[in-house]
Design a protein around this ligand. Structure first.
Ligand SMILES: Nc1ncnc2c1ncn2[C@@H]1O[C@H](COP(=O)(O)OP(=O)(O)OP(=O)(O)O)[C@@H](O)[C@H]1O
Length: 257
């Protein structure tokens, strides 16, 4: 299958620490891929190199064949790499619908100088996105009143306003109740399938990972140590050791282990 994303030899060190070391993987269209690993494994560093916030020391990140390394974050968003954050970024004083309208206005690079004019823009499009994430009924409410789970659904609508081909989700369910986690991931999985968007997500909750990921990548101390389906990953001896045995499977040269 043709990869939407091709990552090759991605590496980044901070001082003496190899935060990400020679990481390579592909991501197919419509695939829901999880990137897991213990604390400090390099997940966030990896994400930040994919979205342009961090320049790699080495390696290549290609989206549909086009090199993203060296591009600025905003350009990478324009290329079709969307993202959601651990902390939801919305304008709290604006309504749910206005937040989605702002994202649509930004995406379509429409200029506006008066809010009164902006208020009329992209209303049907915003409502369609809110329908998609089941937030239409809350369209007129200020974001400051929303429950956390609703904010996360709104954030997903905002990310989709940018028409991503690839969505990076950094711990999408952090801070949510277990029932909300399942609901958000099911919603995301449905959208992924319907729109053919590819998703790469990090997640500490293994139940969420095993329930929703099509495929799982496991990072430990910056290196990919396993890749496979939920069953394969659960049965992988190295992975079990990392998660159950103190996290020091790959002692590197120079380590005291
Ligand atoms: N800006 C930085 N400066 C120095 N060291 C860093 C920096 N960012 C990350 N690191 C180090 O790189 C390694 C990987 O960190 P990273 O945050 O990518 O891991 P993670 O898998 O996202 O962890 P967590 O699950 O705790 O979020 C860690 O040893 C961390 O201390």
């Amino acid at each position: 299958m043709m990869s939407v994303l091709e990552v090759r030899g991605l590496s980044k060190s901070f001082g003496g620490v190899e935060a990400v070391a020679d990481v390579s993987f592909g991501l197919a269209r419509g695939e829901f891929l999880a990137l897991i690993g213990p604390n400090g494994a390099g997940k966030t560093t990896c994400f930040n190199m994919l979205n342009g916030y961090l320049g790699p020391d080495r390696g290549s990140v290609k989206l549909n064949g086009q090199e993203l390394v060296g591009m600025r974050p905003r350009r990478i968003v324009r290329m079709g790499v969307g993202r959601t954050f651990q902390i939801t970024l919305t304008f709290l004083s604006m309504t749910v619908r206005e937040n989605v309208q702002m994202a649509l206005i930004a995406h379509h690079r429409r200029l506006y100088d008066l809010w009164s004019r902006a208020a009329q823009m992209f209303v049907p499009e915003a409502d369609a996105l809110l329908d998609l994430v089941s937030m239409r009924e809350q369209a007129g409410r200020p974001c400051s009143e929303l429950a956390y789970g609703d904010l996360k659904r709104l954030e997903l609508a905002i990310a989709l306003a940018h028409e991503p081909v690839l969505l990076l989700m950094d711990e999408p369910t952090a801070g949510m109740a277990p029932s909300e986690r399942v609901a958000l991931m099911e919603l995301t999985a449905g959208i992924v399938q319907e729109r053919g968007v590819s998703v790469l997500f990090t997640e500490h909750d293994m139940d969420v990972v095993f329930a929703h990921a099509h495929r799982i990548l496991v990072l430990n101390r910056g290196r990919l140590i396993a890749e496979g389906t939920g069953t394969e990953i659960r049965e992988n001896a190295l992975v079990q050791e990392v998660y159950l045995g103190g996290g020091t499977v790959f002692a590197r040269e120079g380590d005291d282990a």
